[in-house]
Design a protein around this ligand. Structure first.
Ligand code: HSE
Length: 319
């Protein structure tokens, strides 16, 4: 498409995220500042309702508008507001793809923020959230809100869908550091859907109570700005045990991180990345190295990153 066809354009960024944080399956999201996606939306003069996706070379995400998370979200808003302009959506991926760091969510979040600004839709925060979650269908098969809510609003966010869609953002403790260890594994294109298929369909009240109590401990820890307390709520006895077999090196990564002084360790979202919490800036790199070593013991190459809670998605330029 020729550049001169662009009438207006808006660019936004959105950060990576880790979802679940142990017991908060589909409910807890934490934005992480190390990685981000940039999405620019070009409004073209022609009005055929077409969307073209432009990706950098060798970026392995769907380039068809009906399968790409960013365009799935944008299509829904365009439909609602009866916007027929052809669009070009340029996506620059910074978030590792398909590795449990909310890659599809970051693209959707940035796309919705950019589109809202470009067409002056004046969406409410809840509407922005709901449209961004449309993109999750591409990788998970369902709309789940925990990654998009964190990418959109930054930091730690609790989201619920029943009886209505709501989210609550809670300030994170200043000393909270998240070490993310990302294995270099090729995951299936709809990895989250697969990782959701291994979760038990039914659970006992006893297990529900244990997980619920831990989730409450975690929320209390965030609310009281107490990193040790929130880390103490990490244990999940429902989802994590079902998924750990999908992650080569899971046990070693966990053990090593704890031995190196991590306060908590769990799977990042649907995996295969793993996260560890610490309140010690001095110890964070050591924890990261121990996690890399854990993956290496299963012959998996990985890289660890020291992250802080992210800021919200934002528009970076417009004309
Ligand atoms: N809550 C979602 C899941 C997060 O665990 O399937 C996916 O990143």
């Amino acid at each position: 498409m020729k550049k001169k066809e662009t009438l207006e354009f808006c660019k936004a960024v959105a950060y990576s995220s880790t979802a679940n944080l142990g017991p908060g399956f589909d409910v807890f999201g934490l934005g992480l500042d190390f990685f981000y996606d940039t999405v620019s939306i070009h409004k073209l003069a022609t009005k055929n309702g077409k969307i073209k996706i432009a990706l950098d070379k060798n970026v392995n995400i769907p380039s068809s508008a009906k399968q790409n998370s960013a365009s799935l979200s944008v299509m829904k808003i365009a439909q609602k507001f009866k916007i027929r302009n052809d669009l070009e959506i340029r996506i620059t991926k910074g978030v590792p793809i398909g590795l449990g760091l909310g890659s599809s969510a970051a693209s959707s979040a940035a796309a919705v923020v950019a589109f809202n600004e470009l067409f002056e839709c004046k969406l409410t925060d809840n509407e922005i959230l709901d449209y961004a979650a449309e993109g999750e269908v591409s990788s998970a098969g369902v709309k789940h809100y925990d990654n998009v809510v964190a990418s959109l609003f930054g930091g730690f966010v609790v989201v619920r869908t029943f009886p209505t869609l709501n989210f609550i953002k809670i300030n994170t403790p200043k000393d909270l550091i998240v070490v993310v260890c990302v294995p270099k594994i090729i995951t299936p294109s709809r990895k989250t859907k697969l990782a959701r298929s291994v979760i038990p369909k039914e659970i006992t009240i006893k297990d529900l109570t244990k997980n619920l109590a831990n989730a409450c401990v975690m929320v209390s820890g965030f609310f009281l700005q107490d990193t040790k307390l929130l880390a103490n709520g990490i244990n999940d006895i429902i989802v994590e045990p079902a998924r750990k077999g999908l992650i080569p090196g899971y046990d070693n990564v966990k053990l090593n991180a704890y031995h190196s002084g991590a306060l908590a360790v769990t799977i990042s979202g649907a995996g295969p990345s793993m996260i560890a919490f610490t309140n010690s800036a001095k110890n964070a790199s050591k924890i990261g190295r121990s996690m890399e070593q854990g993956f290496a013991e299963s012959k998996v190459v990985s890289s660890a990153y020291v992250c802080r809670p992210s800021s919200p998605a934002r528009v970076t330029s417009k004309y």
